[in-house]
Design a binder for this molecule. Sequence first.
Ligand SMILES: [Cu+2]
Length: 347
Amino acid sequence: MTDARQSRRPGFWRPALPWLLAGLLLATAALPVAQAVERIPVAPAVGVARPMAGSPNVTVNMTDTPRFVPRSLTGVANSTLNVTLVNVGEFTHTFTVSRVPGFVLNPSWSPSQLNAWFAANGSLANVSVAAGQQGIAHVTLNGTSGGDSFEFVSLVPFQFQAGMFGFLNVTTSGPGLMLEENTTDSLQFVPDTLAASAAHFPEKINVLVTNTGNFGHTFTVAAQSNYSLSPANFTEYFSDHPPFVSATVPSGAGSTVWANFTVSAPGIYQYICEVPGHFASGMTGLLYVNVPVPPPTPAPSTAIVATWVLIGSGVLLGIGVALAVVASFTGRFPRRPGGDSSGGHGH
Ligand SMILES: [Cu+2]
């Protein structure tokens, strides 16, 4: 008996060892799985539209074609429209907005006649942008009314005559709804679900798209609702059915662009990135207009597995600890000849 007790003393925890090891192994396997599962959003975050105050900001590219892209802008009466001007060409261009509503400038005028007209009538904005540079025009629409239309041109000689003009249309019907969307270098839209509740149709929807990564993208919204685009056919489809909007999201983190469009009926509108390969990699989302967003998809089954693995490892660890405790006591008590259980703890 003495031999047995002495040999048991240093190894009293041995029966518990396999249980402890099994528990620890399971736990180390389960923890990363559980963490990874936690990071997967169970329900896709939904971006919900809210009413927009003031005019949506817009970006207009100035090209050497020469053109303004886009050449049709919308502002809200009695607000300020901020226009970011990006000169993507190698010539200087101006963004010069007429002050006379409804007046269409005559493209057969000479450059000096055009200049004389602006000198006589003034402009709502007149910003010159050098090649490769950017500028901003703050177009104040105080005192304008819905239905007003102001022509804008480039005053650089012969650019207006060659087609560099556009129209700024003023609305009072409310600035519509605003949504926020992000693009990522992992080729995702975040969120990939947008929801808008229009009080009336047609309704303007303004999506502020922010690039959180470095790759350039587009935010392109199909104009037909309830139609599923496919990576194989979207180019052909868009050539037959022009999208509501195809906004270029400039490369570089923090770049933003407004994608503004008008929907005239409830429905589910798909949006994609048109950069080759991006849609095929999953860069797409759905905009629900006055259509309920379906409930989130069920949690991935790995979450259930990870939970049970964690519970199992906890149980095994518990068994191991219990065995260790029991073994230490059963191994120790008989070794105190004549001693009481309080041993050296008390008097
Ligand atoms: Cu993209």
